[in-house]
Design a protein around this ligand. Sequence first.
Ligand code: GDP
Length: 434
Amino acid sequence: KPTIVLVGRPNVGKSTLFNRLTRTRDALVADQPGLTRDRHYGIGRVGDRDYLVVDTAGFDPVAKDGIMHEMARQAEQAIAEADVLLFLVDGRAGRTPHDENIAARLRRAGRPVHLVVNKAEGIDRAMVAADFHALGLGDPLPVSAAHGDGVKQLVELVLAPFPTDDEKEHSDDEGPKVAIVGRPNVGKSTLVNTLLGEERVIAFDMPGTTRDAISIPFERGGKRYTLIDTAGLRRRGKVFEAVEKFSVIKTLQAVQECNVVVLVLDAAQDISDQDAHIAGFALEAGRALVVAINKWDAVDNYRRDRLETDIARKLAFLSFARFHRISALKAEGIVGLLKSVDAAYSAATANLATPRLTRALQQAVARQAPPRHGLARPKMRYAHQGGMNPPVIVIHGNALDDIPQSYVRYLERCFMDAFDLKGTPLRIQFRTTQ
Ligand code: GDP
């Protein structure tokens, strides 16, 4: 799934464009208790294609110190990990020296760059095109991020060269694709080594280039799994070692690629914003998820209690997931963790038959009817499955336009219970039938 990175000097409208590019997905996870959004990373969708959007806010390629330097470093990393770069400029302000600096950097990026002129509503396009053509990045594409003009065409143009999802389908007998993600030092590499052991690794291909993610097929308990690597794992003698620095983008790419996310937390640390953001991103991507609270061997009861409280408060939106207390180092809790990975994968790919779905819907509505809004009384008639990974449940009826999020959550819980789905988020859609 392609990664689109937005670059441009401040105030050209990057966050506005970012919001446009990711907005369709936002609505799906609205109002989840405890979920805070990271405004720099998001998922967008056109048709049935997902893409990752990264906003490099405040990129200044010549910043030498302080916070500006740190931002420049992160932007550099984002550029290196991008599949395609969108260089945003301001059509009303015209070409500036700062734009020229950034253009010089991007011409060396070795990635496709699209020059995008924002705030293009009501300006003379020919004149603007001539002005920005001098940046040496081809013809500028006009958009208005604020009004949405040209954004859809832009995305379609940008994504056209990339294969669509079903052109590289995963074959089922390889088992679930599992991504082990988490902050640095929580014990991901240790867990990978414990999972893989040395004999169980089935031969895998080393990547052709450093940018290809590697996947490592292995077998355990008679079942096959494929690990999606997030950190450039390389085999050194008997063990796997991470050879690259932690990368948010690689982590998010792995979340998008996989079927099941294993989010690793460190029992000795409080839940950080970064933990919550990775978890929130997995939810946004609709991924099945299992939480591994690692280093459980190393903490006392006081610490354990404190962590449970912290999790209940900051990761409330993961109520669909199973939590395991494990020790990757001592190989404790691993069997249970893998069982939950299996269960989450089955739940994410479950077939939900229309009669059973409809019965579950009717029972839910009988127990608690959807609230009336205005004069209309919402009527829910039947439900069918609209997709999997995550399961999409389409509810048909009348007056279903303004069903409150709290009622959607209630329905989700009812369907989860009825089908015993554990470990996957659900998506509920409403469709009015005449
Ligand atoms: P990564 O950066 O997430 O891949 O973390 P590593 O796997 O490199 O582990 C970071 C540190 O935590 C290392 O010193 C590990 O030995 C240690 N560690 C990992 N898992 C456990 C565990 O289950 N218990 C304890 N006590 N230490 C662990």
